[in-house]
Design a protein around this ligand. Structure first.
Ligand code: SF4
Length: 433
């Protein structure tokens, strides 16, 4: 990818038309989508329409081929409209049967959908999903399987004990100087390994004024809180209007120094990142963002454009990635992901060991795998590209960094070190006072 060539100025999105076209993929038969799904929750006082200008966004070839087959009636402007993407999320077994050759493990899980974490995928993201390969990494992260229904030892609904650290509904106060505010429990696309699977999509933490005002009150009464992380669910699924109301309330609290936002929108719904949104966000600086990325296949044109708009708005971007078995648990895949992120001006921030939520055993790797990946990155690529590998301690202990050990021991005053190539070095240490 070339940032310069792909980051189009917003008001003049260029339709590349058939330049990007691929032959229609062999995704089953050529169905048109049935009735679109319109029952996403009310996300604010209103959902103001984006101005009807010539918003035609460059599309990655996979999504373009997918759209031709399954959303052939959608215009370029429809596809580039984030609210169209939300209204047309893929949510039913019938839709998935048309779009994917479902494996028995997927089919069985979807038939019992009521007992599982909600399932929903935006058309954009479904365009990246392999129609034939149930083991494709992206597909594994969003299509349920029966393995989610298996509870293994050590798993819990709320492994991080967030409920015990929640002084008001939807606000978690674990570390002294910062809080986590759940802006909404809604996501455009639900990840099968979500730490908050007990909450997301359940409707218990909608963006109601009453609940959020109780959270603002708590923060106002807590002068030690200098940092508020707005997460969810996904806060960028809120309307600009609702989000601005939330941010302006936080910014009005004198001791809140920084606002951070956690979102997967640039990967699953990049159309949501509009110039209007970026302009609004920059009014509330310092605003930081943690973007959730999983696999290098997510780093497509649309996502690069979204990250570019956010970075141009002066928002420092970091990525959070969950280490997932069969998805990104190999050095080449992780290296490709961190390099893709760096090109999009996103600094790899955290690599998380997968939290032991119920039904996550099929996603969890040994901790040694994460250490091996970090060892394979450190020194072998740009330092900025090496995330901090952490375990979020079960029971609410917070993030604990896990590092490969580059200190081999001590010889008198010298520390014995091993470099990234395994070569031995000594450093003359100072005597401790
Ligand atoms: S986007 Fe985040 S909150 Fe939403 S399902 Fe995925 S991991 Fe959970």
């Amino acid at each position: 990818m070339n940032a310069a060539s792909q980051h189009q100025p917003e008001e003049s999105f260029v339709c590349l038309g058939n330049q990007e076209d691929e032959p229609p993929s062999r995704i089953g038969t050529f169905f048109s989508p049935q009735a679109t799904v319109t029952d996403f929750p009310s996300l604010g006082a209103s959902q103001p329409a984006e101005p009807a200008r010539h918003r035609v966004m460059r599309m990655n070839p996979k999504s373009r081929a997918f759209r031709k087959v399954f959303f052939s009636e959608a215009t370029d402007a429809d596809w580039a409209d984030w609210q169209w993407q939300l209204r047309n999320r893929i949510r039913t077994l019938e839709q998935l049967r048309r779009m994917l050759a479902l494996s028995p493990e997927e089919e069985k899980a979807l038939e019992q959908h009521g007992e599982l974490l909600p399932a929903s995928v935006t058309p954009h993201y479904m365009g990246l999903v392999s129609p034939h390969d149930p083991e494709q990494p992206i597909r594994r992260t969003v299509i349920p399987t029966v393995y989610e229904m298996v509870k293994s030892a050590g798993e819990a609904e709320d492994p991080l004990a967030e409920e015990t650290q929640s002084p008001v509904p939807g606000l978690i106060h674990r570390y002294p100087d910062r809080v986590l505010l759940l802006a909404t429990d809604f996501c455009s696309t639900y990840c099968r390994y979500c730490t908050r699977s007990r909450i997301v999509g359940q409707g218990g933490f909608g963006p109601s004024r009453e609940r959020l005002e109780a959270a603002f009150d708590y923060i106002r009464r807590s002068p030690q809180v200098r940092d508020v992380l707005v997460s969810g669910g996904d806060p960028l699924t809120l309307s600009d209007e609702k989000l601005e109301w939330l941010l302006s309330n936080l910014r009005a609290i004198p001791h809140v120094e920084i606002i951070r936002m956690g979102t997967k929108v640039p990967a699953v719904l990049p159309q949501r990142i509009t110039p209007q949104l970026a302009r609004m966000l920059r009014k509330y600086h310092p605003v930081w963002m943690s973007l959730h990325f999983t696999h290098p296949d997510e780093c497509c044109y649309e996502t690069e454009r979204a990250c570019g708009l956010l970075a141009d708005a002066g928002i420092p971007l970091g990525s959070q990635t969950v280490l997932l078995k069969g998805v990104n648990d190999s050095l080449p895949v992780m290296k490709s992901l961190v390099h893709g992120l760096m090109k999009m001006r996103v600094r790899p921030y955290y690599l998380y060991q997968c939290d032991p939520i119920v039904g996550s055993a099929h996603f969890r790797t040994p901790v040694s795998k994460g250490v091996e990946i970090i060892r394979g990155l450190r020194g072998h690529t740009t330092g900025y590209a090496v995330p901090t590998y952490v375990i979020d301690a079960p029971g609410g202990g917070g993030k604990i960094p896990i590092m490969p050990d580059f200190v081999a021991g001590r010889d008198g005053d010298n520390i014995l070190l091993s470099n990234y190539e395994g070569k031995a070095f000594q450093y003359p240490d100072c005597t401790a006072e």
